[in-house]
Design a protein around this ligand. Structure first.
Ligand SMILES: [Zn+2]
Length: 256
């Protein structure tokens, strides 16, 4: 574990002690700082968001990408950035690009809906088929599924007191799926909401057979109520957006 990191002295002004300055060391992914304690990266495959919340005592990861290779690269970056391993893992919903890397973080306490547990148990064939239909490498998907161990029990709500910040995991209602979880980070400079695929920026929100189009706008009202007008909203795919964007997406869904 890279507890001491060259170029990252804790006494460097303006550098939070939980996030090391990178100096000359190369990270695998680009980590965008969203608030003092929250970062995210966008994995090239599917442009899926992986979120990271780190304090001096705890590290929370939100979603894991599609492959073990992606997830191991995330895990390596987290060690470089924080000097710690992931202690808490949130899986926002059961789609392959968010969950298939989860076994890399098997030592972490995992928070996900029962539907995610089912997808990685009895639903494996469907997860595999969806991953391949989006262009995932079959061998990599099979390796990820083979490594997938038991998850559980499923949760719909949890509050993690990380000292400097509180992380609240909740299910705001049906929308992209019937079990989407969001993660509210109550940070000192601004709140951050990791929205999973309830919000997408790089394309239209994905409406499929799992979605509840009628409920989705009201669910986004609850997402907005959780974060408030000044929060940063991190979509499952695409750039970080503001409350006004989420409002427009709710209006667009309501007209659909
Ligand atoms: Zn999704």
């Amino acid at each position: 574990m890279a507890a001491v990191f060259p170029g990252a002295p804790a006494d460097k002004p303006g550098v939070p002690s939980n996030f090391c300055s990178m100096g000359e060391v190369a990270l695998n992914w680009t980590w965008e700082q969203v608030s003092t304690h929250a970062r995210r990266c966008r994995l090239p495959f599917c442009d899926v968001t992986v979120g990271l919340v780190a304090t001096p005592t705890a590290v929370v990861l939100i979603d894991t990408g599609t492959t073990l290779r992606e997830a191991r690269a995330v895990a390596d970056d987290v060690r470089l950035l924080t000097g710690r391993d992931v202690g808490h893992l949130v899986l926002t919903h059961h789609h392959f690009d968010h969950i298939l890397g989860h076994s890399v973080f098997a030592a972490a306490q995992t928070y996900c809906a029962p539907a995610v547990i089912a997808a990685l148990d009895t639903g494996r064939a469907q997860v595999r088929a969806e991953a391949l239909s989006h262009g995932a490498d079959a061998a990599e998907v099979d390796r990820a599924l083979a490594a997938s161990g038991p998850l559980g029990p499923g949760v719909a709500h949890a509050v993690l007191d990380l000292g400097d910040v509180t992380v609240t995991i909740s299910h705001p209602g049906r929308g992209h799926t019937d079990h989407d979880l969001i993660v509210l980070v109550s940070d000192s400079d601004r709140p951050v909401v990791f929205c999973g695929d309830l919000v997408e920026e790089s394309g239209e929100p994905c409406v499929d057979h799992d979605s509840d189009l009628q409920a989705w706008p009201t669910t986004l009202d609850r997402v907005l109520a959780a974060g408030g007008p000044s929060a940063a909203y991190v979509p499952g795919h695409g750039a970080v957006v503001d409350a006004e964007f989420v409002r427009r997406q709710a209006d667009w869904l309501a007209r659909k």
